[in-house]
Design a protein around this ligand. Sequence first.
Ligand code: UP5
Ligand code: MG
Length: 190
Amino acid sequence: IPQKNPTVVFVLGGPGSGKGTQCANIVQHFGYTHLSAGDLLRAEIKSGSENGTMIQNMIKEGKIVPSEVTIKLLQRAIEEDGNDKFLIDGFPRNEENRAAFEKVTGIEPAFVLFFDCPEEEMEKRLLSRNQGREDDNIETIRKRFKVFLESSLPVINYYDAKAKVRKIDAARPVEEVFETVKAIFAPKNE
Ligand code: UP5
Ligand code: MG
């Protein structure tokens, strides 16, 4: 039975800020389902779907895939999962993503995690990741940073104005960052 009103936490932050890494820890400790919009889009490329080539080209250019494509993937993943709480990682990336998701699903996030990290540190992490991601080259990384600043930060500011942003210093070691994350998810803060 699909959950009608799931709890959703948006996990945002620049490319390489550690969203995926910290989501894996949150899943272990707090029982959320992790949905990475980027992972869903990369799976869609691999599946050979009709949108695959378009998605691949946009990711290679660091551009934001049309929201109907991403929202359909997220919505399907939420409906297919039995859980009632989800981390949505790397989405919404612009104002249009945000408004469309809210309109289509009727879901508003409980809160938004923002992994705040300097570009130099994110660049270093991405260049040494070595997982064969087609967007982990310096040319695409620079484009991703630009899109983050121009299109994604305004979404974080939107939620900040609603007092929904939990900003985390993500430039520290993984374990230290997770200590801060843990305090945010601990029941006393719910
Ligand atoms: N690492 C992690 N934490 C560390 C720490 N504290 N100290 C030292 N190292 C740390 O981490 C990146 C690397 O750093 C790893 O090697 C990790 O071990 C290390 P990771 O946890 O993977 O960071 P993350 O923030 O998840 O980085 P990612 O590259 O996934 O972020 P992006 O936002 O760039 O990528 P995403 O997959 O979300 O999107 C990719 C592209 O898909 C976008 O550019 C866009 O083209 C497209 N897209 C859309 O169009 N729409 C969407 O809704 C989503 C994506
Ligand atoms: Mg990621």
